[in-house]
Design a protein around this ligand. Structure first.
Ligand code: NOJ
Length: 514
């Protein structure tokens, strides 16, 4: 386990939209470098950068055409190396995005693979043995190459699935065992990619669709073998490198060798019911909504079970948002955001703040899809730094911006919020100062639910020697717990303690020493 991970607080950067250092309208690596001071000042000590590699950008860069090269729009490999160095000098770790499951159909491996003549890359992707063969349970692109076969895709049509083989073989004529030498070569190719960036100075990877490697692998036992093998490589040669999975099944992901696993917004799971439940027929049942109609026990039940199962061998990662989901601000106002985001920062594990969430950047519903974003485009707009032109994101002409930026007079921006003591930004900064000051909030520190009852508020949990009390509802809430709370180190609104009785004003939060 990399030692630094336990105290890490991540800031996720969508590179296109963070800061444009050269005035071409699109964010870049040098732009990230210029803003490292801001990230550190916020209280984060690690960043994850979405894919920044060469790509035709049919899926925002998750369609990689060269794993070894930074996309020209973002700069050069040299710029990225220099970002690693600058980040390290400030004590900031950098995770890149590893996309092991698929490439772009413009990748040179695929250009070779689609040729009718047998070659080194013929089996790098999953092909049927005839263009007339396309079993319906899989996603194939059919009849669009000269090779007599169809190829499987993982996500969009432009993302052919790399061949890690099959666990259960249903069509022996073209499905390979995951143990076959051809499939092992795919694993080695991805290990080479990892080594390349780790050697250049990155500190690990967020791993895209980590569970999707081997097909027909319902129990994920074969996919697990691959990750365990990769983990051995890391433990031997890069023991300080971290891998964090996009999986949303901590028990499986950690057993596979991941150091932490994301809680994603999946219908009905704890994260969803607490933070993001859909509003159905006007009924908002999110626990963190100010309406106070939620049920936190779905989250606490899941969290307790997951922490027990992973048993300290890895962590969970709560997120304020990411590039795939609507920003929390689409449904929460500033007061709700304060309580929701600060809670995320004190919950167990390694938290991730999505760029702009710290100022409540809006989700822009009205945008046309950009580079395969579709509804996700609205969460990928340029960072709003100040009240100058283009909100300080770029010097380019408006029409040349990657996506429109909200630079209206009343926009939310970093500069304005820095000046106001109780802004969302400064509230989050204070929460992070406390989180970073006490080891009790590190990922390896204990979690215990102290008060969580169905359809009741507040929610109270223990982290090490502290209790975190949360009341997102506008109504006041009371609880009685078996522990005496002492001094308060972080507070939103009013929380009154009388022995073991806790009285919380509406929309309040308090972190107390025990
Ligand atoms: C998950 C990524 O987060 C998403 O943005 C992407 O479209 C898919 N994986 C496919 O790589």
């Amino acid at each position: 386990m990399p030692k630094w991970l336990s105290n890490a607080v991540f800031y996720q950067i969508y590179p296109q939209s963070f800061y444009d250092s050269n005035g071409d309208g699109i964010g870049d690596i040098n732009g990230i470098k210029e803003k490292l001071g801001y990230i550190k000042d916020l209280g984060c000590n690690a960043i994850w950068i979405n894919p920044c590699f060469e790509s035709p950008f049919m899926d925002g860069g998750y369609d990689i055409s060269d794993y070894y090269k930074v996309a020209a729009r973002y700069g050069t490999n040299g710029d990225l190396k220099s970002l690693f160095e600058a980040a390290h000098s400030l004590g900031i770790k950098v995770l890149l995005d590893l996309v092991p499951g698929h490439t772009s159909d413009k990748h040179k491996w695929f250009s070779e693979s689609k040729k009718p003549e047998k070659n080194e890359f013929s089996d790098r992707y999953i092909w049927t043995d005839s263009v007339w063969e396309a079993p319906r349970q899989y996603n194939f692109e059919c009849g669009i190459t000269n090779r007599d076969g169809n190829y499987m895709v993982n996500f969009f049509s432009s993302q052919p699935a790399l061949n890690y083989g099959f666990n259960k073989i249903t069509h022996p004529k073209w499905q390979m065992s995951y143990k076959s030498p051809e499939c092992k070569r795919t694993v080695e190719a991805i290990k080479d990619v990892m080594r390349f960036w780790l050697d250049l100075g990155c500190d690990g990877f967020r791993v895209d669709m980590a569970d999707s490697l081997v097909k027909n692998d319902d129990e994920k036992t074969a996919t697990s073998e691959i990750w365990r093998d990769i983990r051995i490589m890391l433990d031997e040669n890069y023991p300080e490198a971290a891998i964090i999975s996009e999986w949303c099944c901590p028990q499986r992901a950690i057993t596979c060798g991941f150091h932490s696993d994301f809680y994603l917004d999946h219908e009905g799971n704890g994260y969803h019911t607490a933070f993001r439940n859909d509003i159905i027929n006007g009924e908002d049942t999110c626990f963190f909504s100010k309406l106070g109609k939620g049920d936190i026990t779905v989250l606490t039940g899941e969290l307790e079970k997951d922490l027990k199962q992973i048993n300290g061998l890895g962590y969970v990662s709560f997120i304020t948002g990411n590039h795939d989901i609507k920003r929390l601000s689409y449904r929460y106002d500033e007061s709700e955001l304060k309580v929701a985001i600060c809670t995320i920062l004190f919950l167990p594990g390694v938290p991730f703040i999505y760029y702009g969430d710290e100022i409540g950047m809006p989700y822009n519903e009205s945008l046309k899809s950009k580079e395969g974003g579709f509804y996700r485009t609205g969460s990928r707009t340029p960072m709003q730094w100040d009240d100058s032109r283009n909100a300080g994101f770029s010097n380019a002409n408006k029409q040349d911006l990657y996506l429109p930026v909200d630079d209206s007079e009343n926009n939310v921006n970093v500069k304005a919020q820095s000046q106001y003591n109780y802004s969302l930004l400064n509230t989050i900064k204070k929460a992070l100062t406390i989180r970073n000051e006490y080891n009790d909030f590190s990922a390896e520190s204990e979690y215990e639910t102290l008060f969580a009852q169905k359809h009741r508020y507040p929610y109270i949990f223990r982290r090490g020697d502290f209790a975190v009390c949360v009341n997102p509802s506008v109504e006041s809430a009371k609880a009685n717990i078996d522990i005496t709370l002492k001094n308060c180190v972080f507070k939103i609104g009013d929380v009154d303690i009388n022995g073991k009785n806790i009285n919380m004003q509406g929309q309040s939060m308090g972190v107390f020493k025990l």
